[in-house]
Design a protein around this ligand. Sequence first.
Ligand code: C2E
Ligand code: CA
Ligand code: CA
Ligand code: CA
Length: 276
Amino acid sequence: AKERAPGSIAVFDATMQRRAASRLQLEGELRRSLEVGGFRLVYQPIVDSATGRPVGVEALARWTSPTRGVVSPQEFIAVAEDCGLIVELGRWVLREAVTTFAGWCAGQPETPYLTVNVSGRQLLHPGFVDDVLAVLGEAGLPPAQLGLEITESVLLQEPTRARQMLGALREAGVATLLDDFGTGYSSLSWLRQLPADALKIDRSFVQGLPGDAADASVVSAVVALGRSLGLTVIAEGVEDAAQLEALVQMGCPRVQGYLFARPVPGDEARATLFGR
Ligand code: C2E
Ligand code: CA
Ligand code: CA
Ligand code: CA
């Protein structure tokens, strides 16, 4: 063991070095992809649980690395957040999604909504509010048709500033959805002060329905909470009919998940929303 110790340190160092190099390379690829238009968006319908009709779509980013192939958003969003690229990537996502969606809605009698995921650094970046309003104005999309999905952890980092930003957007008509709801630490009194319009119940709670009593309690409590605070509630990750049935019985108004549709390219999402 005595003789091996220095060797294992060397191996450890080499592994660390490889990881750091790989990370740097990934950052470089992300940066280049932003320049050359290497990202794309897919859209997942948000559905009225009573009628099964889509009422909106969530935009989700996709990226294929030139050297690694498809990289999951979990991974590349985390890297983009760490190195600050998320501000620019988020700006691209917002502009692309709003512009595309406005194109679909032009001349249609229906007014579905679009939601876009927003990272903490992006939300707190000076100019975010102006950016969002400018993009909406240029695309000609009414602010009431846009919602921003924010996680609780983001709001906890800098609650006052986050509240200001979201409050200003809300005054303009843009909705706030609390994403992955139930996985963070929000207290009820704190929730009351938030400029939130909707709660998205995290997939991890929906998964256990209808059998898991603890999950069922959490979900029905969030549905009741939403109702009493006047917030829309959306259940994420609905994969089968039994889960849907349980959610309908609990009075959950909105659902989203593979049972209805996977995230799909724009053309397909448009057809789902407008039937053509
Ligand atoms: P999220 O915002 O919670 O998005 C929901 C994730 O669940 C998506 O994964 C979606 O494809 C997946 N999903 C939807 N329905 C089902 C289902 O029925 N079963 C299962 N197992 N999964 C389902 P995706 O697209 O891989 O995105 C992962 C996360 O990456 C997102 O979680 C979000 O936090 C982040 N993300 C994706 N696009 C963006 C973006 O443009 N900006 C930011 N800031 N984050 C993004
Ligand atoms: Ca989301
Ligand atoms: Ca979520
Ligand atoms: Ca999530």
